[in-house]
Design a protein around this ligand. Structure first.
Ligand code: NAD
Length: 357
């Protein structure tokens, strides 16, 4: 029965933020593909993110831990999987500082489990690695921090950008675990010939992001007039990309990316944390009928995160030049869309917040 689908993709972490956007994109765009979403439903996995497509014929959800080798191998066989898009991960840096073990387990061991299951199953199939692809979704944080030009008052805040050829210098347990998983993915390619591709993307934003991350957290606190915690002086710079620009890039790389290659994904869009918070205050105060700048009094500077990287900035010209991708949503438009989404989906946010208590 699975043979009627041209591709049978095992997509991990499909109930999380980026994963749920990607599942919806693929399920709707490719009725000839079967999308098998394997997600453990940790605290940030949420079935509500996928309500729109949960009954589609080309979609299956399986609650499973990617570290469970026997179960994962069974899924490969049962659905005759010929593509993997791997997003499942522990993804919050602060959590990794408190408890690195689960990051090593899920991000490293989980990735190796998937690689080994893919390798074993694909080598058993008639065409072996032909028309197979293992796509590993990773982060720009593996590259470490870039220098910052303190004299610059607008982006780019420095003259260097992460390139695919840069060495890895991860600083947090999160980025170290993602770096390690990237190395294993490459090792499976170099050692066993597994057809792989990797992308390293900058910070994403958009609807359905778990409210531990900057934008949904600040949104919630502005709406509820709670303190807006800002690490250090709020000077840390991140390159921000609208989540749908990321999922479009993943779709493109999965289909057109060269086996064994890495692609950096980013929007050439650097923002200091404090400037994002101020922009959000401006938009939300207006939307909520509050006087201009009303919520600025909520800004609260807190002790900086240990090992906090100062600046990330991605050079995505390889992806732009070789595969023709470019970001379509500029930041002002994307942040307005995002805040509008949270305003219209307060129930989603409050359900999560209430579950946590
Ligand atoms: P997320 O935290 O919102 O979602 C992670 C998902 O993985 C959740 O649904 C969770 O239930 C699932 N999961 C966790 N452990 C699992 C396990 N052991 N087995 C099965 N499922 C498990 O994360 P996100 O922000 O959507 O990030 C997705 C991927 O993209 C991650 O690999 C992350 O490193 C990468 N990435 C994220 C960003 C970003 O800005 N959010 C940027 C670049 C790369």
């Amino acid at each position: 029965m699975n043979k009627r689908f041209d591709k049978r993709i095992l997509l991990t972490g499909g109930c999380g933020f980026i994963g749920s956007h990607l599942v919806k994109l693929l399920v709707n765009k490719y009725p000839n593909y079967l999308i098998v979403n394997v997600d453990k439903l940790t605290y940030c996995g949420n079935l509500d993110n996928l309500k729109d497509i949960e009954n589609n014929e080309n979609y299956i959800f399986i609650k499973e831990d990617i570290c469970n080798f026997d179960k994962i191998s069974k899924i490969f066989k049962e659905y005759d999987i010929n593509g993997v898009i791997h997003l499942a991960a522990e993804s919050h840096v602060d959590n990794s500082i408190k408890d690195p073990f689960i990051f090593v387990k899920t991000n490293v061991l989980g990735t190796v489990t998937l690689l080994q299951a893919a390798k074993e199953y694909w080598l058993e199939t008639k065409n072996k690695y032909e028309n197979k692809m293992f796509y590993h979704v990773s982060t720009d944080e593996v590259y470490g921090a870039l220098e910052m030009d303190e004299t610059k008052t607008e982006q780019p805040y420095g003259n260097t950008f992460f390139k695919e050829t840069d060495k890895y210098f991860p600083h947090s347990p999160y980025s170290a675990s993602k770096a390690s998983s990237d190395h294993f993915v490459r090792a499976y390619h170099d050692t066993y010939g597994l057809p792989i591709v990797i992308s390293n993307c900058s910070n994403n934003y958009g609807g359905y992001q778990y409210p531990e991350k900057l934008i949904p957290l600040i949104f919630y606190n502005i709406v509820n007039e709670k303190p807006l915690p800002i690490y250090g002086k709020g000077e840390n710079v991140r390159d921000w990309l609208y989540v749908e620009d990321h999922t479009r890039a993943i779709d493109l790389i999965f289909h057109k990316g060269k086996i064994g290659e890495t692609y950096n994904i980013g929007g050439f869009n650097e923002w200091k944390n404090i400037d994002i918070v101020k922009l959000m205050i401006n938009i939300l105060d207006e939307n909520l009928g509050k006087p201009k700048g009303y919520s600025e009094k909520l800004i609260t500077y807190v002790e900086d995160r240990a090992g906090h990287d100062l600046r990330y900035a991605i050079d995505s010209s390889k992806l732009q030049n070789e595969l023709g991708w470019k970001p379509l949503v500029n930041f002002e438009e994307g942040i307005r869309r995002t805040l509008q989404w949270y305003l219209e989906n307060m129930e989603w946010l409050y359900n999560i917040k209430n579950k946590k208590k």
